[in-house]
Design a binder for this molecule. Structure first.
Ligand SMILES: *Cc1c(COP(=O)(O)O)cnc(C)c1O
Length: 427
């Protein structure tokens, strides 16, 4: 036994699981090399934006109160704008999460009487109350913004005829979710998003397009802002925070759209001028600096999991060989016991809370019990290794993240070990 296997065995991973993992990895060298190439490109893109904007120690100073003339904050926004090739950026710890960032972007750019269109089916769960698909106080619907949706065709492609018919004189903003999130549809490539944006704008040139970029940042060398999106929006406790940002969200886009977002986030007239950085600048800069390699590590974990589980008869979305456009991996385990075992493994491999025992529970807002595994340094951070899913057919766990590829590997091996221990898998 080599010393690494010995250590893993001490942590509860059997030689059979370890060796099955090593055999799987041998086939992935070329795939991983491609992921590294994309990371290298994005790393250079981030460093070059930091150099261009003269990032210096002065940028890391904390500010309080109004935060007028906050050098670090203003400069970080220029760095984001340069990386994502946009005119402007709003990157703030005052944006509490991804849903908040999306809410700001939508409510700043839609007025009473306007219509919002989703040409890619139902948006992410939390946005349904924001829009008013599920009624909620302060939803866009309550403010007189209507909503229209065109579902994807059964093969997961865009329903261009349906979209053409849905765009009308009220349509003001189109919202496109890049990642599948917790749905079963495919995640779109940036190229596909570009084609959809071009189509929508060919029908109505003054349409604005917002892309929910959550989980997609740095998975490719281009972003939706490179293919016509007026705004891209995301969370700093996912990819672009690199695991170090303790809070925050971003909106990058045209000056016009971002100015409106800043007025909505703070107040009309104040906009980006206020908003102290509260001493978080080092984490936000350093996290953005790490984000390309952290994202690559998470993506390798997703590829490894698909290639480990698919040959064992579990359906994986995306499949073992499919090209990836985000860091989420769904594994259909086929039973509640399978989901529990998988999540126990992810939890047991965590650096934090490894002693906790994930169990299905009745989570507010969900019809089915939900199970979650997370042992994160930052609460709820899903760029850290985490897994969850509703206890219902097809008993899929969605897992994502891993601040390092090697932690993702350990977590996935441990998940398989728990399935073996429960008698649900035989190697
Ligand atoms: C995570 C996510 C959100 C919401 O982000 P929170 O930070 O959880 O509020 C929105 N859309 C997509 C596609 C996401 O993955």
């Amino acid at each position: 036994m080599d010393e690494l296997m010995e250590l893993y065995v001490g942590m509860g991973i059997s030689p059979a699981v370890y060796e099955y993992g090593e055999k799987t990895l041998k086939k992935l060298e070329e795939r991983f090399a491609r992921v590294d190439k994309i990371a290298e490109y994005n790393q250079a893109k981030v460093i070059s934006a930091m150099q261009k904007n003269h990032v210096s120690a002065a940028c890391f100073a904390g500010t309080t109160g109004y935060g007028y003339d906050d050098l670090g904050r203003d400069n970080l926004e220029r760095v984001y704008a340069d990386v994502f090739h946009t005119e402007a950026a709003l990157v703030r710890p005052q944006i509490t999460c991804g849903t908040h960032a999306l809410t700001v972007a939508l409510s700043a750019n839609l007025l009473p009487g306007d219509e919002l269109l989703s040409p890619v089916g139902l948006p992410y769960d939390t946005l349904q109350e924001v829009i008013g698909i599920r009624p909620s106080p302060c939803s866009l619907a309550e403010y007189g913004v209507s909503y229209r949706q065109v579902d994807l065709l059964s093969d997961g492609t865009f329903d261009y005829e349906g979209i053409r018919a849905a765009i009308n004189e009220k349509t003001k903003l189109v919202t496109i979710q890049r990642s599948k999130g917790y749905a079963t549809r495919p995640t779109f490539s940036v190229k596909q998003i570009g084609e959809l944006i071009a189509f929508c704008k060919s029908i109505k040139p003054d349409l604005k397009v917002m892309v929910d970029n959550c989980y997609g940042e740095f998975v490719e060398t281009i972003e939706p802002s490179d293919v016509g999106a007026d705004m891209i929006v995301g969370s700093l406790i996912k990819n672009p925070g690199g695991g170090l940002a303790p809070i925050g969200g971003y909106i990058c886009g045209t000056q016009e759209c971002v100015d409106r977002c800043a007025y909505r986030l703070t107040a009309p007239g104040l906009g980006q001028e206020v908003g102290a950085n509260l001493g978080l600048m080092t984490a936000l800069y350093q996290g953005f600096f790490l984000a390309p390699t952290v994202t690559a590590g998470a993506e390798k974990g997703a590829i490894f999991a698909a290639n480990l589980y698919e040959p064992l008869g579990f359906r994986c979305v995306p499949s073992a060989s499919e090209e990836r456009h985000d860091i989420i991996q769904a594994v259909e385990l086929g039973s509640e016991a399978g989901m529990i075992a998988f999540c126990k493994g992810i939890q047991a491999a965590a650096p934090v809370d490894s002693f906790a025992d994930p169990m299905p529970w009745d989570m507010p807002g969900y019809n089915d019990k939900v199970i979650m595994a997370a042992g994160a340094f930052i609460q709820g951070s899903s760029i850290e290794l985490s897994a969850d899913g509703p206890i219902r057919e097809p008993y899929a766990v969605y897992f994502q993240g891993g601040l390092t590829w090697l932690h993702a590997k350990l977590g996935i091996l441990m998940s398989l070990q728990k399935l073996v221990d429960a008698g649900l898998v035989q190697l």
